[in-house]
Design a protein around this ligand. Structure first.
Ligand code: CP
Length: 304
């Protein structure tokens, strides 16, 4: 791969190769290797037009662990705030001989636009665009599930919450479908559920009790208030009652169901604190796997 802008259309073998490589990175780090020299001399730019804690930090850590240099572009201190167009910013930064640009933007399709405008030799990695794709989140979610439930042909996954605005849901569905998951269920109130045609291979639910019954993994999604108008905002208490994950609902899932969330968590809105912090929670494992998946992706697009 030269670029990674989406998991859509990626063959199963490519996804499995990236997950296997992430496992190898994890093993190397577990055996005390703090730094691999795979990307020495390469320069990676973190270009985030939307806030991030997990993705931005883990890409930086991943790049440094591979020996690359990292520039964290500070939007507030940049000439973007003086009105410079994004593509002029891009070409200015490229002229400094970057090897990869990791981009997050609120407009769906921005990473592919960068690929079209980028000079040859620069790789583009999508760190989340609008509601379209968050490919490294899809990979790290698949890796976390595979570590606990390796037989995807028996796997039932429920994704619940603000599906409409969720790039994570879309990338999770692409990864899990490609890996052969038995059933992917999406659950949301009608106003936050896209059309069935957008998710032809998923079962859609508006009742969370039904959607979670017998599930092997449940991925909770944050209400993305920043992408809603005031009239679209649900009442939070009513939302938690119908779509929140608490102990009673978790008991309806399969024994040992994995509790997952891409973060950031809204406690008491989509997930109860005792479930988020409970024995079945894999949320911090997801965060840890994020570093290894991003090492694997950087090595894939930049490795010689
Ligand atoms: N999961 C995720 O994308 O988190 P951040 O917004 O903190 O990067």
């Amino acid at each position: 791969l030269r670029h990674l802008t989406s998991l859509e259309h990626l063959p199963r073998a490519t996804i499995e190769r990236l997950l296997d490589r992430a496992e190898a990175m994890r093993d190397a780090c577990a055996h005390g290797t703090r730094k691999l020299d795979l990307l020495t001399g390469r320069t990676v730019l973190n270009l985030f037009f939307e806030p991030s804690t997990r993705t931005r930090t883990s890409f930086e850590l991943a790049a440094r662990r591979l020996g690359a240099d990292v520039i964290n572009f500070d939007l507030g201190l940049s000439s973007t705030s003086k009105g410079e167009a994004m593509f002029d910013t891009l070409h200015t930064l490229e002229a400094m001989h970057l090897d990869a640009i990791i981009v997050r933007h609120k407009v769906s399709g921005t990473p592919d636009e960068l690929v079209r405008h980028a000079m040859s030799g620069v790789s583009v990695i999508n760190a989340g665009d609008g509601n379209r794709a968050h490919p490294t989140q899809g990979l790290l979610d698949a890796l976390t599930i595979r570590q606990h439930r390796p037989d995807f042909h028996q796997l039932v996954v429920t994704i619940c919450g603000d599906v409409k605005h969720s790039r994570v849901a879309r990338s999770d569905v692409h990864a899990l479908s490609a890996l052969g998951a038995k059933e992917i269920r999406l659950c949301a109130p009608s106003g936050l559920m896209p059309a069935q045609t957008d998710f032809p291979h998923c079962r859609l639910f508006d009742n969370f009790d039904s959607a979670i019954e017998g599930a092997d993994a449940v991925i909770m999604l944050r209400l993305q208030k920043e992408r809603m108008t005031a009239t679209d905002l649900p009442d939070e208490a009513a939302y938690f009652q119908h779509y929140g994950l608490d102990k009673r609902r978790l008991a309806l899932a399969a024994k040992g169901c994995l509790v997952m969330h891409p973060g950031p968590i809204n406690r008491g809105i989509e997930i109860a604190s005792d479930v988020a912090d409970g024995a079945q929670s894999r949320i911090l494992e997801q965060v840890g796997n994020g570093v290894f998946v991003r090492m694997a992706v950087l090595n894939e697009v930049l490795g010689r």
